[in-house]
Design a protein around this ligand. Structure first.
Ligand code: GRF
Length: 212
């Protein structure tokens, strides 16, 4: 069984979209893949409650209880490794991860970022895109490398900026596309359909890696 471990910090809507895809598409029997655990660094993350409702093993690890990032990550890695994950999924996990952590899971560590990378790494992507006068924004699923919001791009969604859009409206429109491209990217990974070649990701069936 290929275990998928998902890290969250908040609403967990991307995590929930992945869980739903796994359930409705029967990933267990189709690809021998399951969501093995959901881990949050916030006790009150709505996503944690959802995971519990779905009977998915869920864990809270408080980063504030540790003297250093290294100590937090060492414990986090220990917890993650009890599930021997084939894939570790960052879904709105709002902690910057150190090099040791990233290197441990490199090649089996995915993130979603709400911008068309390499534009707008970091926070407040929608506000910055509006300020820059962007006509097109989106989200990116990518393999994680030590550099923040960087790494081989699995899939991107593109949405237009509409007249009158504010940060909230834009963020909601992009988030809806995240719920499509993240489950699909995760599914491709567990199906063994992604190849990383010279820093670029190829879907072996030639499926489109763009959602417009
Ligand atoms: C998403 O916009 C994701 O791209 C970003 O944080 C947000 C998380 O939303 N990294 P949710 O917790 O999945 O609802």
């Amino acid at each position: 069984m290929k275990n998928i471990v998902i890290l969250i910090s908040g609403g967990g809507s991307n995590m929930a979209a992945i869980v739903k895809a796994a359930q409705t598409q029967n990933w267990k029997s189709q690809f021998s893949a399951q969501i093995a655990a959901v881990i949050s660094n916030k006790a009150d993350a709505a996503g944690l409650a959802y995971a519990k409702e779905q009977s998915i093993p869920s864990l809270f690890i408080d980063h504030k209880a540790y003297a250093s990032r290294e100590a937090f990550e060492a414990d986090l890695m220990q917890q993650i490794d009890t599930y021997q994950p084939a894939l570790l999924v960052l879904a709105g996990f709002m902690r910057i991860l150190g090099t040791a952590f990233v290197q441990r899971y490199e090649g089996r560590l995915l993130n979603i970022h709400p911008s068309l990378l390499p534009a707008f790494p970091g926070l407040h992507t929608h506000r910055r895109a509006l300020e820059a006068g962007c006509q097109l924004v989106g989200a990116t699923v990518h393999f994680v490398t030590p550099e923040l919001d960087h790494g081989p791009i699995v899939m991107q969604s593109a949405v237009p900026v509409l007249a009158g859009d504010d940060e909230a409206a834009l963020s909601a429109r992009v988030l809806a596309t995240e719920h499509v491209i993240y489950p699909l990217s995760v599914r491709w990974f567990v199906e063994g359909k992604l190849r990383v070649e010279q820093g670029r990701v190829r879907q072996v069936d030639g499926a489109s890696q763009v959602l417009m």
